[in-house]
Design a protein around this ligand. Structure first.
Ligand code: UDP
Length: 341
């Protein structure tokens, strides 16, 4: 259904009212979070336009949406001029390599999608008079000296370190978004997303969770970097998507932290995964990557106050659902069959 088409809904007094169907563009739609966002907007009755260049995403994440009339897909790199025919009400910019291993492998693309890509999408939002939500990150706080991190903290980032390509692209993204908001009056939202996990994470994206689960299921050594005393706070993807949805529909143009404040050391996290999978894998320690943040925990007071949002899915429950997903992947199904035979 195109935006020009309309849905008939019934209002309380029994009078039928015509409401236009909203149309949302999701960049990075074939990625982990982007694909879950597409699902949510489709479920809410929106027309969804997905866009991805499949650099780190995969069509497998959205193939179930292709038969739907209210889903369209553009194979496109948003670092180049972006054209979308027709009206748009919302743009959600989620395209970017997002795991440290990915952005170290693709530093220039990472910088370009966060800067040039963001600029193109702001231009598109302005042309379409659409509201735009940016996927920013807890990485804007770098290796933080304030704990937990609240939105007023300016961060502690090494611009020329290996993570600088992602951190600084996202900091630029926030700066140019606020400039479009202040100078052009554009309707903007900024989500600072903390570590998120769930089904559709790429098994080989190098992040702690997919690495540990994959190692545990294969019986390989679990590689904890450094002593494992560094901390992270892991948010289940459904909670995050709820936060994004609420932020988009709120009037809050200031950055909002979205994440689960329950903090855990990486060593404990590895132990949790070993015990959950029932694996016999050993935990081994490898060198800590340069500039690896020592601690990370979101202060979500602003999200609570402005959006009435806080995570409701425990890490235990989220891990169970995620493990189920990884176990269903062909590589692990095949392994299970071999073990049985
Ligand atoms: N990590 C680890 N082993 C791995 C992958 C990551 O110990 O195989 C550590 C990493 O050094 C960091 C934490 O786990 O301290 C979280 O890393 P991740 O790549 O998931 O994301 P980050 O939060 O660093 O962006």
């Amino acid at each position: 259904m195109k935006k020009s088409e309309h849905r008939r809904i019934t209002v309380q007094r029994g009078e039928p009212e015509i409401q236009p169907v909203k149309r949302a563009l999701v960049t990075g739609s074939a990625g982990f979070i982007g694909s879950h966002l597409c699902d949510r907007f489709i479920k809410e009755g929106y027309n969804v336009v997905g866009m991805d260049n499949l650099l780190t995403g995969t069509l497998k994440n959205i193939e179930h949406l292709f038969p739907l009339k209210n889903f369209e897909f553009f194979f496109h790199d948003v670092s180049k001029f972006v054209h979308v025919p027709g009206d748009l009400d919302f743009i959600l910019h989620f395209a970017s390599p997002a795991s440290p291993a990915d952005y170290l492998r693709m530093p220039i693309q990472t910088l370009k999608v966060g800067s040039l890509g963001t600029h193109n999408l702001l231009g598109l939002a302005k042309a379409k008079n659409a509201r735009i939500l940016m996927a920013s990150t807890s990485e804007v706080y770098g290796d933080p000296l304030v704990h937990p991190q609240h939105e007023e903290y300016w961060g502690h980032v090494n611009p020329v370190g290996p993570r600088g390509v992602y951190d600084e692209a996202k900091r630029f993204q926030e700066a140019i978004t606020m400039a479009y908001h202040n100078y052009h009056g554009l309707d903007t939202r900024i989500a600072r997303i903390f570590n998120t996990f769930g089904p559709r994470m790429r098994i080989d994206d190098g992040r702690a969770l997919p690495a540990f689960i994959s190692q545990a299921l294969k019986g390989d050594d679990i590689t904890v970097f450094g002593s494992g005393s560094q901390t992270r706070s892991f948010c289940y993807v459904d909670d995050l998507v709820e936060g994004i949805f609420r932020l988009l529909h709120s009037d809050c143009y200031l950055p909002v932290n979205l994440g689960n404040p329950e903090e855990i050391s990486i060593k404990q996290f590895a132990e949790e995964i070993v015990s959950l999978t029932g694996s016999e894998s050993r935990i081994v320690f490898k060198p800590l990557p340069e500039d690896d943040p020592k601690q990370r925990q979101p202060d979500v007071s602003r999200a609570k106050q402005k959006l009435g949002w806080q995570p409701v899915i425990s890490r235990q429950e989220g891990l169970k659902r995620t493990l189920e997903y990884f176990r269903s992947l062909p590589v692990f199904l095949k392994q299970k069959e071999t073990q049985i035979n």
